[in-house]
Design a protein around this ligand. Structure first.
Ligand code: UTP
Length: 289
């Protein structure tokens, strides 16, 4: 079955980057000149997704505004002949069918995804974490969707991380199938050192079959008292097996301060307008570091 639906959970509190996130959702923080969540929606569209559900919450209305029309701005840009800017603004509200649902209670990523049952209506779908931006030549979601087509099982997007980092993420039991593709039969969220299964962690993307919703409904709160998506995927992995794909792009964590700066510097260096200026500035700074 062709995958055309994506769910973007964006209802978290973003406590790691307060006070920036007191009134501004972290998913709207910019990487140079574009909010993080727009990169994610564009990745979805470039992966063949046509319908997107964004899970929001109180204080996240600006996400809906961003993907809505802005008639006054569009008229002003057209009147002043700024066609390229006009096209880039129009693209934001025309690129996909985007709908929204509120999580109401912030009970964890697994709980947020469980709100998507009606939208998904029995089809496999992609989950794209709203604060994980992945930049690269091939969209990460497409790499996962292709693996779903090939192996017919749920897919997790993974990267190898350090021993220190793995205890903050999830750790997967993996067996290589071929370059960058693994069979995954078990996983643990935020493992203690003696629970680490491998240094492969799920980062930001997965493709899930609709069976996940019944599992989520009976998943008890786990690490941090939250309903963890990893705990539900663990049952999926143990029962049906999953596929793990080491995606080719680079992932930036917009949920932590260093991740935001790294994303801005690296995307800034690639940016046609400011790349050269930023490179010069960093060279000037580097002797002082
Ligand atoms: P995080 O755990 O990184 O987000 O969730 P958080 O809870 O906002 O983080 P901190 O610890 O308070 O800084 C990953 C993604 O899942 C969403 C977040 O918005 C983020 O995009 N999420 C998380 C939800 O939609 N609902 C939740 O209950 C938790």
């Amino acid at each position: 079955m062709k995958i055309t639906k994506a769910v973007i959970p964006a209802a978290g509190l973003g406590t790691r980057i307060l006070p920036a996130t007191k009134a501004m959702p972290k998913e709207m923080l910019p990487i140079v000149d574009k909010p993080a969540i727009q990169y994610i929606v564009e990745e979805a569209v470039n992966s063949g997704i046509t319908d997107i559900l964004i899970i929001t919450n109180r204080g996240k209305g600006v996400i809906e505004d961003h993907f809505d029309r802005t008639p006054a701005l569009e008229d002003a840009l057209q009147a002043s002949g700024k066609q390229t800017l006009y096209d880039s603004i129009k693209h934001i509200h025309t690129m996909a069918n985007i709908t929204y649902i509120r999580q109401i209670e912030t009970k964890g990523l697994g709980h947020a995804v469980s709100r998507a049952r009606t939208f998904v209506s029995g089809e496999p779908f992609v989950v794209m974490y709203g604060d994980d931006v992945i930049l690269g030549d091939t969209p990460a979601a497409k790499e996962l969707i292709d693996a779903y087509g090939e192996y017919g099982k749920g897919v997790v997007g993974v990267k190898k991380v350090s021993e220190e980092a793995i205890t903050k993420y999830s750790s997967l039991q993996v067996e290589p199938i071929r370059d960058r593709v693994f069979k995954c039969t078990d996983m643990v969220e935020k493992p203690r050192v003696d629970e680490i299964l491998s240094l492969y962690a799920i980062l930001g993307r997965c493709v899930l079959p609709p069976e996940i919703f019944d599992i989520l409904d009976r998943t008890a709160p786990g690490a941090g008292g939250e309903i963890q998506l990893t705990d539900a995927m663990k049952e999926l992995a143990r029962t049906y097996g999953m596929t793990a794909v080491e995606f080719s792009g680079k992932r930036y964590d917009m949920g932590n301060k260093l991740g935001i700066l790294q994303a801005n510097i690296e995307a800034g260096l690639q940016h046609p307008e400011i790349g050269d200026g930023l490179r010069e500035y960093l060279k000037e700074l580097s002797p002082m570091l």
